[in-house]
Design a protein around this ligand. Sequence first.
Ligand code: GDP
Ligand code: MN
Length: 379
Amino acid sequence: MDLYEYQARELFQQHGIPVPDAETVRTAREARAAAERLGGRAVIKAQVKTGGRGKAGGVKPAADPAAAELTARQILTMDIKGHRVHQVMVARPVAIEAECYVSYALDRAAGHFLAIASAEGGMDIEEVAATRPEAVARIPVDPGQGVTADKARDIAAAAGLPPATAPVLQRLWQVLTAEDALLVEVNPLVRTDDGDILALDGKITLDDNARFRQSRWGDDTDTHDDPLEAAAAGKGIGYLRLDGEVGIIGNGAGLVMSTLDVVAGCGARPANFLDIGGGASATVMADALSLVLADPKVRSVLVNVFGGITACDAVADGIVTALDTVRLTKPLVVRLDGNNAVRGRAILAERAHPLVQQATTMDGAARQAADLANDAAAV
Ligand code: GDP
Ligand code: MN
């Protein structure tokens, strides 16, 4: 999960990384008041979880509180790459002498982190990286050793950053480890005319696997613009909407991914990814079915479950209970295999719902669901 700039800024502050004075507000009126408190002049910055705000017109200077109000009003109506702006940061302007780029990112393939740094940071860093890769230093960081004072000096020297940035580089590593982040990025990290080092922008991606211990980041509305995805997130279900017509429900990310592939192989397009996870209780199954059926593009639904710790009879019970609470409007193909599959199939057969049919193999189930979706399309 990505954090907003203002949230990243908060973490930087907590870890002793200097940032400009700023307030984050939801209305133009509040932006004016914030600019007044900052002494009049301000930079108004859209708070959206996407980069390139500057180039999109989402970062603008304002000469006085009245201008801050006007600019904030305009930025608050913006949509930047599909992200609606709901909040703006009102920041004290900084006289920039040099703009650097710094990040730590996980290099999964190499099994270590990578410090990426450049003395030529700012809005054109992508172009710098593409045209003059030698201007961007990439230094491996052993996660066991981390960024010590020495290592921070090495990184700064390799990238040609001002030596005064080294303590910030070290603290930025502490942000990464303490906050369970997979990525921390500061662009630009600036040296001001007064020689101060300031983090002027921040991007942090948290490791979702560590969410249980970073629970204070509740508000994740920006990443769930899709109402069904937002509803699923609220219920703790891993749901991702796709473009097709076959609704998919399965247990375990790997099985669900393969199910998407097999359905595609049968000439139909999956409508979603939905992983009910390990505990396929009746409630979870009912929630999953309602979610998938709420997508108007869905023409058939495929439930593909391999019983493990959660046995197939429990899943079948879940489906039967769900059929009492959710009105089934599309044909449902169920494939149960693994632990207690025979018992599970018997439970479904006994319920004998006219729109539910069973298959014994994954390929067979995918074929049936694909054909049902394609037949429905032909009508
Ligand atoms: P991004 O485009 O989404 O990365 O947004 P940034 O927060 O990085 O802002 C874009 C650019 O605006 C920065 O690279 C700076 O050049 C400029 N900028 C942002 N804040 C200030 C400021 O306080 N003073 C000055 N002079 N420039 C700023
Ligand atoms: Mn930036």
